[in-house]
Design a binder for this molecule. Structure first.
Ligand SMILES: Cc1ncc(COP(=O)(O)O)c(C=O)c1O
Length: 407
């Protein structure tokens, strides 16, 4: 790559051809201004100006490319979109105001009344509510199936099925779906295969390589990685993303330029953070598995995990989230949570700071008792998003409550 650029305001895409995802995380998507800033600029502006009335008309008429208004496009948001699209290996990305806005925009853009969705039961609780309560009001029906039950996915598909939707690994039980088999099922039935890749990020899993049509993220999680901003993104082919862009422009759940800038900074450290999260989560899972107060640990990196082999093939690491059941019920789970002094009690995950959650009463609290039971969200379940603190300090923080249960 030449250090002296005649066209200093633009880094040609060819400079990054063939580089690894780690390099894309740091370099992709940046378009320098005439100020030659090294870091990405924040374009904190709601609208853009034109040289003449004729140019304004050409922009609004779509005859001339360029920015009009930051609900549609903004250079900082576009830099983030280009970077994550490159990392996922998709043609185009659309940034959104939140992860839920990314899921909603995908559904609003690509589904219509009469369509049917098959969705994993093990998705984030609010995703479940979006499908079950809100999309149902607009005539989109959803059937929920167990993430790893291939027969259930097959028998749920109907002639009007237009979308298969899942997260893998799932939240909070870390179940792993076979992406290739589900992509094939979707395509045999002319349906879109949509993967929420929030838990793995493109550093650990690239769903397009297994046939996914759309990849979604809550950027709030690992992409930021430091718990600062809410945001989301949808990635896919140019044709599909044009539809999502159309909804975003009209529906308005756009990403703020400031948040896009934070996510750009987050992406630069994503590869090293993900590797550190994976190493600590594996060590913590192994430690928990031998603790006498623990009934069961859910983490795909453990040999005891039912999809351990599949996760090893499909992912480049097992991720930073794990969950475990303590011996007892809600009281014992809350006792372990309340005994922590370093770990934060909060619903967020994917942070440098380790977080602990009681899914049954927080993230999945709105599910009916039957849905909770079917999704395996028991009262004694605790979810940990393993951060970047010293692993021995994290073990000591959990040991305080766990040891008390064994006394
Ligand atoms: C897997 C997954 N998808 C989507 C979301 C929704 O993202 P957001 O909170 O950014 O709307 C979450 C949030 O926790 C999540 O865990």
């Amino acid at each position: 790559m030449s250090k002296i650029r005649e066209e200093h305001a633009f880094i040609p895409e060819s400079d990054l051809e063939g580089v690894s995802v780690d390099t894309l995380a740091v370099r992709a998507g940046q378009v320098r201004t005439a100020q030659l800033e090294h870091s990405d600029a924040i374009f904190a502006t709601s609208s853009f100006v034109y040289g003449s009335a004729a140019q304004a008309a050409a922009r609004f008429g779509g005859e001339e490319p360029g920015n009009i208004y930051s609900r549609f496009t903004n250079p900082t948001v576009q830099a983030f979109e280009a970077r994550i699209a490159a990392m996922e290996g998709g043609e185009r990305a659309i940034g959104t105001a939140s992860g839920m806005a990314a899921i909603m925009s995908t559904c609003m853009a690509l589904l219509q009344a009469g369509d049917h969705v098959v969705c994993s039961r093990g998705v984030f609780g609010t995703t479940n509510v979006l499908f079950q309560k809100y999309l149902a009001r607009f005539g989109v029906e959803t059937t929920f199936v167990g993430l790893t039950d291939m027969d259930a996915w097959k028998s749920a598909v109907r002639p009007e099925t237009r979308m298969l939707f899942l997260e893998t690994p799932s939240n909070p039980l870390c179940e792993v779906a076979n992406l290739q088999e589900l992509a094939d099922l979707a395509h045999e039935n002319d349906a879109l295969f949509v993967v929420d890749n929030c838990f793995c990020t493109p550093i650990l899993q690239r769903p397009f390589e297994y046939g996914a049509d759309i990849v979604i993220h809550s950027a709030t999680k690992y992409l930021d990685g430091q718990g600062r901003c809410i945001g989301g993104v949808v990635v896919g082919s140019s044709a599909l993303m044009e539809e999502v862009y159309g909804f975003m422009r009209s529906g308005g759940p756009s990403m703020s330029p400031f948040n896009a800038w934070v996510f750009l900074k987050g992406l630069e450290t994503l590869p090293i953070r993900m590797r550190a999260h994976c190493a600590s989560a594996l060590e913590l899972a192994q430690w928990l598995e031998q603790h006498p107060a623990v009934e069961r640990v859910f983490y795909a990196g453990l040999a005891s995990h039912p999809q351990h082999v599949l996760a090893g093939k499909q992912q480049k690491g097992y991720g930073g989230v794990l969950s475990f059941r303590v011996k007892g019920g809600r009281a014992e789970a809350w006792q372990v949570i309340d005994a922590t002094r370093i770990i934060s009690i909060t619903g967020n995950l994917g942070d440098t700071r380790t977080t602990v959650t009681h899914p049954a009463t927080t993230t999945h609290g709105r599910l009916s008792p039957e849905d909770k039971a079917e999704a395996g969200i028991t009262e004694n379940l605790i979810r940990i998003s393993v951060g970047l603190e010293d692993i021995e300090d994290l073990k000591a923080d959990l040991a305080r409550g766990l040891d008390a249960l064994t006394r």
